[in-house]
Ligand binder design. Structure first.
Ligand code: SAM
Length: 379
């Protein structure tokens, strides 16, 4: 089936799950017969099936949009995962290593980033039969947590992942003995979803990856078509729909409402970030959204850096020069203006825009680090 509209300008992104396969194996099997492309534009526009090995994120490829992988053995056995390139940035930037200890994925369903974290841990320590590190995956919405459970299982990361179904991350005690060894946290909280491809001003369809890229959840099914029609009507009436923290849809009637809603989302996102800063052994945190609004992005980063808990505990931005190679090399950075003129913070922030020729969704990610865990126990 050919992709249409805005989606046609974007390739299909496929992450090779390092727990179950390798890039080489997939090139010889699932993608045998795909011609190598030199650029994203070639992948999208050339006749026939094309593939490009991504130069930034390891184990990621872009293929011709519309190629159906849902019936392949690799897809059905969890060897490959359909995941937008931008959605791969947070786990790659966090880069959990054995010395980081346990990892938390605070807002985990449906599990794209949880399974990516597991794949990265495995690629760093391939010889371990059972990994010494644990990933704690929290998900407040029990229904979505069931999907997370399924995804973690099919990706083969269930042995190293503890899923807390229906668990609100904000209710988790950072000082609990269970989390004593948590050195790294990935935060991907609910957001307005304004960067999602094919949704324009319809962030209400905010599921972590665009539905067209995930046939397991995707569909041509009746409900999705109905939803699409409903949002088309809303768009034509100049209204906007966004989600609240519980996943409920809210129709925003005006610019003023939208500003108020973004403000509320930013407050929630900052609370999540500051909660993560309180884990005593934490030394790395990533914060991401699929929003293009600075209110949910650079502004949240600045507020977090200026918070008492960040100052007391020594949290600072992960500078561009200290990032993993592919993220250091990524050209699109945060807005200096939105960072109050702080060029170092803006350069530390990673951005994507869905129409800038990279073939990915609108996204934002920033990393935070501190040199010494337990820099202050009483902050
Ligand atoms: N990281 C996921 C992935 O890549 O597949 C996508 C996460 S989605 C953007 C945000 C998720 O956070 C939603 O499933 C939402 O239910 C969950 N959430 C929101 N607030 C939460 C909280 N306080 N604690 C745990 N989960 C929360």
């Amino acid at each position: 089936k050919a992709a249409a509209g805005e989606e046609a300008a974007h390739p299909r992104w496929v992450r090779i799950n390092a727990i179950k396969s390798t890039l080489e194996e997939q090139l010889e099997t699932t993608f045998r017969g795909y011609a190598r492309a030199g650029t994203i534009q070639d992948v999208v526009a050339k006749e026939g099936k094309h593939i490009l090995i991504d130069p930034h994120v390891p184990n990621l490829v872009a293929i011709t949009p519309g190629c159906d992988l849902s019936k392949t053995e690799a897809y059905n056995s969890g060897k490959i995962i359909l995941q937008d390139k931008a959605s791969c940035f947070p786990a790659y930037l966090l880069d959990p290593r054995s010395e980081d200890g346990d990892v938390i994925d605070a807002c985990a369903a449906p599990g794209n980033k949880t399974t990516h974290l597991a794949g990265i841990i495995r690629s760093h320590e391939p010889e371990f039969e059972s990994q010494p590190q644990t990933i704690f995956a929290f998900e407040k919405d029990s229904r979505r947590a069931k999907t997370l459970e399924k995804m973690v299982k099919i990706a083969g990361s269930n042995k190293m992942t503890r899923i807390a179904l229906g668990q609100d991350f904000l209710q988790v005690d950072p000082e609990s003995e269970r989390f004593r060894n948590v050195g790294a946290l990935l935060l991907d909280p609910s957001c307005s979803g304004s960067g999602i491809v094919g949704r324009d001003s319809m962030p209400e369809l905010h599921l972590p990856d665009p539905p067209q890229q995930n046939p397991r959840r995707e569909s041509k099914s009746e409900p999705t078509n109905k939803r699409k029609r409903k949002y088309e009507e809303i768009r034509n009436s100049n209204q906007t729909v966004i989600r609240d923290d519980d996943g409920n849809e809210i129709v925003v009637e005006s610019e003023k409402d939208l500003a108020a809603r973004l403000n509320a989302l930013a407050g929630f996102q900052l609370t999540i970030l500051l909660h993560a800063f309180r884990f005593p052994s934490a030394r790395k945190v990533t914060y991401s959204t699929c929003s293009i609004h600075s209110q949910e992005n650079e502004h949240v980063v600045m507020a977090a850096l200026n918070s008492d808990v960040a100052k007391e505990r020594g949290w600072r931005i992960l500078r561009r020069k200290d990032q993993v190679t592919g993220m250091k090399d990524w050209p699109v950075r945060g807005s200096t203006e939105a960072c109050n003129g702080d060029e170092e913070v803006a350069q530390g922030c990673i951005r994507c825009y869905k129409d800038d020729g990279h073939g990915i969704m609108g996204f934002f990610v920033a990393g935070f680090v501190r040199d010494h865990a337990n820099a202050s126990e009483d902050g």
